[in-house]
Design a binder for this molecule. Structure first.
Ligand SMILES: Cc1cc2nc3c(=O)[nH]c(=O)nc-3n(C[C@H](O)[C@H](O)[C@H](O)COP(=O)(O)OP(=O)(O)OC[C@H]3O[C@@H](n4cnc5c(N)ncnc54)[C@H](O)[C@@H]3O)c2cc1C
Length: 432
């Protein structure tokens, strides 16, 4: 009898797990259970809408979903529609691949004011994520401050300053395009508490900021060290060298005709959000790096801004029935194994950093554990899952149904956009 496996979550980690199990000598029945109607996790709802090449990985995931042993159950919220304990009773193995859906906390004075958003919600908003498409905030401001020095901070800044024309081949939802392109925004300030060497931008993303139609990057040349210092791998050294060269180039640019700017300010630690009940500005302290630690210099400066978006990384969320370590915000696991029959992959089970393909390594490790832990299938798997869901009136979306939605999204696109996302469950159900 095939070994039955339930994968909870249909992001990259979930799909890489399914694909790896399909290659094993043992036969598996693999059910991918997803809270949202649509699959692909952050590839659909995190990767920036103008980076469509990255999103093409969905085609590979779709081929996995179409394999005979695999079934997709969209619109099934594990923990609400069915519990982990129930899944463990029904499946030989359960793999948790629910990602890390929260923002890392930002403990700065005033962060509860209106106009302070975590990148998770802002990115979800511009990607049409069902949880965030109704997010309320005022984008009609002249300056936005972005806190953080990673690729998500760059994504946020870039999406804010690209022209309508530059976004034409993206899947930015209409409501987001309207809010962004009708805004009077002309300045995005990107702040990092450390320096350019410590920034974790990748060079392609950083360079793109110098190639925009109506926006130029501003960098203070005095903040750019002459060379890369510190201990690091050869690969990191080369990346940092390229970043320093790019930032140096930016610092020498003199544009006068472009109407927007993105200013990178390093060695700047946010201390207080200014304003009444809504954001009016930000107070920062200049820093120095000493023994790899950030030290304040007691030199403060203020900027005016109407919106602050912090992009400081992601944090996991507990799921009832799965041991969870509050401190690290991760599922408690040893190299992906929680206990025999229960496993964790991707951002739910490790420090949530890295690129899409990083999740493949997790999947390979966990599939190795499953193969050594379980050789014979003993539990019924999908037939019982479907009975439970039917009994609770849970209407799941199959992969064939998702493909109809996918096709309809592609057909609805205009002006060279790859798709026009259906945003509401009702819209999706009307297609079906
Ligand atoms: C803003 C942003 C931009 C990024 N851009 C890039 C990029 O350009 N290139 C790149 O290589 N990497 C990028 N990454 C990293 C990449 O997205 C991650 O490595 C990857 O998505 C992590 O995969 P995952 O499967 O662990 O989590 P996720 O992709 O988050 O998938 C988790 C899935 O689980 C589902 N789920 C959650 N709870 C439940 C539940 N209770 N029941 C059922 N399902 C549930 C979620 O709905 C989601 O579909 C980006 C990350 C972020 C945050």
């Amino acid at each position: 009898m095939s070994v039955s496996v339930a994968i909870v979550g249909s992001g990259p980690a979930g799909f890489y797990t399914a694909a790896t199990l399909l290659k094993a000598a043992q036969t598996y029945d693999i059910d991918i259970i997803e809270r949202l109607p649509s699959p692909y996790g952050l590839v659909r709802y995190g990767v920036a809408p103008d980076h469509q090449t990255t999103k093409k990985i969905c085609k590979v995931f779709a081929r996995t979903a179409e394999q005979d042993p695999v079934r997709y159950y969209g619109n099934v919220n594990v923990g609400v529609d069915i519990t982990i304990d129930e899944l463990r009773n029904v499946y030989d193995a359960v793999v948790i691949a629910i990602g890390a859906p929260n923002d890392r906390e930002w403990p700065v004075s005033g962060s509860c004011k209106r106009g302070v958003l975590g990148a998770t919600s802002f990115v979800g908003w511009y990607n049409g994520h069902p949880d965030f498409q109704d997010l309320e905030f005022d984008l009609d401001v002249s300056t936005v401050a972005v806190i953080g020095n990673g690729n998500v901070a760059i994504d946020v800044a870039r999406v804010l300053v690209k022209t309508r024309n530059e976004m034409i081949e993206s899947d930015l939802p209409d409501y987001a395009s309207k809010a962004i392109h009708n805004s009077r925004l002309d300045t995005v300030q990107v702040f990092g508490r450390r320096g350019p060497i410590e920034a974790s931008f990748t060079n392609v993303e950083l360079r793109e900021m110098g190639q925009l139609e109506d926006c130029f990057p501003v960098v203070d040349g005095n903040q750019i060290p002459e060379r890369v210092l510190g201990e690091m791998s050869e690969r990191d050294y080369r990346l940092k060298e390229r970043n320093l060269a790019t930032l140096k180039e930016f610092s020498l640019l003199k544009y006068s005709t472009l109407s927007k700017r993105v200013q990178f300010q390093f060695f700047s630690l946010p201390r207080e959000i200014l304003g009444g009940d809504r954001v009016e500005g930000l107070r920062l302290e200049r820093t120095v790096i000493s023994n790899n630690q950030v030290e304040g210099t007691k030199q403060y400066f203020d900027i005016e801004c109407g919106l602050i978006i912090y992009a400081l990384g992601n944090r996991g969320a507990p799921l009832s029935g799965v041991p969870y370590d509050k401190k690290s915000s991760m599922i408690k696991n040893l190299d992906g194994r929680v206990s025999k029959g229960l496993y964790g992959v991707g951002w739910a089970a490790r420090n949530p950093v890295g690129v899409i393909s990083t999740n493949r390594q997790d999947a390979m490790r966990v599939c190795g554990h499953i193969q050594s832990d379980i050789q014979v299938g003993e539990k019924p798997g999908r037939s019982t899952l479907e009975k439970i869901l039917c009994g609770r009136n849970v209407r799941w979306i199959t992969f064939d149904q998702w493909k109809q939605v996918d096709d309809a999204e592609v057909v609805s696109a205009t002006h060279g956009a790859p798709r026009r996302k259906f945003l509401r469950l009702e819209d999706i159900q009307s297609i079906l």
